[in-house]
Design a protein around this ligand. Sequence first.
Ligand SMILES: [Zn+2]
Length: 89
Amino acid sequence: MDVDQLLQRHDVDTARFEPAPLSPSWREMRDHLALLAGCALCGDTCLSVWVADMGSGPRWVGLCRGHTPGILSELAAPTVLGRTGAVHG
Ligand SMILES: [Zn+2]
């Protein structure tokens, strides 16, 4: 599952998040991770930061430890290493 599907499944409207650059650099993503208010799904401390576009343009989306793992396994696959997702620690 990618982050767009995850947000869709939880009925998250990304319009309420801050606009993000379409292709942020690793540094931008790392820096933005520190600014995120909390997980997009539960409000917990963010472990990962993503750029998702649910129809309102690219937005910064943070996910906590509990909501990130399903995505981590995809990130580990060589074919998706170039996707927009950065993980803390
Ligand atoms: Zn969460």
